[in-house]
Design a protein around this ligand. Structure first.
Ligand code: SF4
Length: 235
């Protein structure tokens, strides 16, 4: 169920800028509680189902919160299994978004393995466009972005303004390190994608993800050798 917008775009931008300053040093749970109080049902959490840390934090702060998952049609079975397990054990409502075309329909129109020939277009069709559509029901969305993941994420604010979508973007664990994530997972017994125990440090679509090599940053196994390190959702 969605409700009418509470704020104008200018008000949303002002809220994002103010909260980004005031909540910079706040604990992740407090950031999520602020989002829930401010946006009510027009706030959601997105999850790639690499791990369920942000979904778990959000379920504690906002029981029943919407957790939005993009099913590109190219996920590892382990990722779909993690999504199903999150839905089964956490107090959240998983919302699965799908692209306009199935993989077979996309292959018919663009040719097979578009991900190898034009990954930017493939991501635009299978990730960016369905997310844009799905987020229309919300004024604010949370991500699991962390500053230590890669140089492109080093300046991620805990609350910022998503200019492209004109929404408030909340990254409650932006300041966390991998050690913080690991400690939270251990302390709370949080679900993780089994691939994280199999050499993968970042999990995306199967054709575009490999295990990370010694000394590489966490996202180096994504689109390796293709001159790309973000799908476009967070650009
Ligand atoms: S990550 Fe790869 S398979 Fe997935 S949408 Fe992007 S290009 Fe396509």
């Amino acid at each position: 169920m969605t409700t009418a917008q509470r704020y104008t775009t200018a008000q949303l931008r002002g809220l994002a800028e103010e909260a980004g300053r005031e909540l910079e040093n706040a604990p992740a749970l407090d950031i999520l509680r602020w989002a829930a109080e401010t946006f009510g049902p027009r706030f959601c959490v997105t999850s790639s189902m690499e791990d369920a840390v942000v979904a778990h934090l959000a379920s504690r702060a906002i029981p029943g919160v919407h957790v939005v998952f993009l099913d590109t049609g190219y996920h590892f079975p382990e990722t779909i299994g993690t999504r199903d397990a999150v839905e089964a054990v956490m107090d959240v409502e998983v919302i699965t978004l799908t692209p306009r075309q199935t993989v077979a329909q996309q292959d018919a129109q663009y040719g097979p393995k578009l991900h190898d020939r034009d990954p930017d277009l493939c991501c635009a069709l299978r990730k960016v466009a369905p997310l844009e559509q799905g987020l229309k029901a919300y004024d604010a969305w949370a991500t699991g972005l962390r500053r230590d993941e890669s140089p492109t994420r080093a300046n991620t604010p805990v609350v910022g303004w998503d200019d492209k979508r004109e929404k408030v973007k909340v990254s409650p664990i932006a300041r966390w390190t991998q050690a913080d994530v690991d400690a939270y997972i251990t302390e709370h017994g949080v679900l993780t994608n089994p691939l994280l125990s199999d050499g993968y440090t970042s999990v995306g679509c199967a054709p575009c993800t490999r295990r990370a090599l010694e000394g590489e940053d966490a996202r180096a196994g994504r689109w390796a050798g293709r001159g790309k390190n973000e799908c476009g959702i967070h650009l």
